[in-house]
Design a protein around this ligand. Structure first.
Ligand code: ADP
Length: 250
């Protein structure tokens, strides 16, 4: 689904991504690991349109998507989860989900005044969809909580839920495990596996928790110093000398 060809992203003289080439296969849950400073986040940011590449290409299903804006990638079904912004913390979890799909007629003042019936209908449909998403993620009980009051792990689930409000094909997830307790981490892991198996989502995730990676990801891509160092199953990359050296070197 995604092919990254000889990608570079430099900051001044510093080569954060320094000729990375990799593939993310359709239907896979691909893990991206590597020591701190390896360039994983920068690579994510380039693929997801937040940063322009210095050189190199990103292809999605054969189409060159290098340098497209996040909203253009969103329309193609390429999504990166993003944290619930501070200003949305006072809205409920359900409202946070309902806000995701753009373009509903409620956004235009004209429609709001002259087409109230249709706006109400769309809102009801969105609400229904949001409630289905919450049920899928087993967090219906927090639908009416303020998003600012839920736990870190629940926030991660809501972030994942936002991708379900639109037709996502591939989702880039950044460190779902950080600061999340085991029980919720398992819930998140289950949701990822079910989205992959039942809804055909492809995933690419950056993660430090090796148990989590081992449980979910095949293959795993290892980055170090801006380049792809190795690729394979967790067992394969763990026993790879170059990978061990890269981790020990930091
Ligand atoms: P990782 O996610 O693997 O820890 P990052 O992509 O965050 O690595 O960072 C790779 C390197 O690029 C780091 O040394 C970081 O300091 C540097 N870097 C990241 N973003 C910038 C930036 N905007 N300006 C300058 N250097 C940056």
């Amino acid at each position: 689904m995604i092919v990254v060809e000889d990608l570079h992203r430099h900051f001044g003289a510093f080569r954060a991504v320094d000729g990375a080439s990799l593939e993310i296969k359709t239907g896979s849950i691909t893990g991206l690991i590597g020591p701190n400073g390896a360039g994983k986040t920068t690579l994510f940011n380039v693929i997801a349109g937040r940063l322009k590449p210095t050189s190199g290409r990103v292809l999605m299903d054969g189409e060159d998507i290098s340098g497209l804006e996040p909203h253009q990638l969103f329309a193609k079904g390429l999504l990166r989860t993003f944290q619930i912004a501070h200003e949305f913390g006072s809205m409920t979890v359900r409202e946070n989900l309902m806000m995701v799909p753009g373009g509903q007629s409620g956004e235009s003042l004209w429609n709001a005044w002259f087409n109230r019936g249709r706006v109400a209908q769309e809102e009801a449909a969105l609400r229904k969809k949001a409630d289905e998403v919450l049920e899928f993620l087993t967090i219906s009980h927090i639908a009416d909580e303020k998003a600012g009051n839920i736990s870190g792990g629940q926030k991660k689930l809501v972030e994942l839920g936002r991708t379900m409000m639109v037709d996502a094909k591939i989702v880039f997830l950044d460190e779902v495990g950080a600061g999340v307790n085991r029980t919720l981490l398992n819930t998140i892991g289950d949701a990822i596996v079910r989205l992959n198996k039942e809804r055909g989502y492809t995933f690419c995730l950056i993660e430090h928790d090796m148990d989590f990676i081992q449980r979910l990801c095949d293959p795993v891509i290892v980055m170090a110093e801006g380049k792809v160092l190795a690729q394979g199953t967790v067992a394969e990359v763990k026993s790879d000398e170059r990978v061990i050296e890269a981790y020990l070197g930091t």
